[in-house]
Design a protein around this ligand. Sequence first.
Ligand SMILES: [Zn+2]
Length: 169
Amino acid sequence: MCDYGGCQQPARPDGFVYGRAYCKEHYLLGLESAFREEVSLLVADKATSKFRSLLGRYAEGVYSARDEPMPEALAGTKLRDRAENIRYRENAITFMIERHPQPIPIQQHWRFDLEDKVFTLISEEPTLLDCSEAAVILGKTEQNRTQIHKARQNTGSESFRDCANKSLV
Ligand SMILES: [Zn+2]
């Protein structure tokens, strides 16, 4: 049975939120109240695993209720496992997440607005490579000019030229 006050509906099979069960109608409300509780506990640099898990599930619930896809790379399990530097700021949650397009990983900085309940990409930049990392990538992809071209675009040609000057690439 649904744990929402006064509700008589059966709980949905995947409607569990930390020990409480909710029907289809009240699942998102239950998720939101658990999420809000964790937000109020969120201290800088101290995002609990419960908060991480709820952020992803709550955002997915909200997006799904609006019939909108989650932004690429922000699936709930990825938020739970890979979001870093989670902070509460001006009625929003901000965090970093590393994405892994080939061949250079990218660091993205996101904001989840608690009022509008939308994600906004604040900034993104390639993970900085040192010369030996660049050499490994180029070595691996020697036969693949497209990837090398992308690597140059992503890291900035300067860093590759610097590496070349040092005869590392
Ligand atoms: Zn209910």
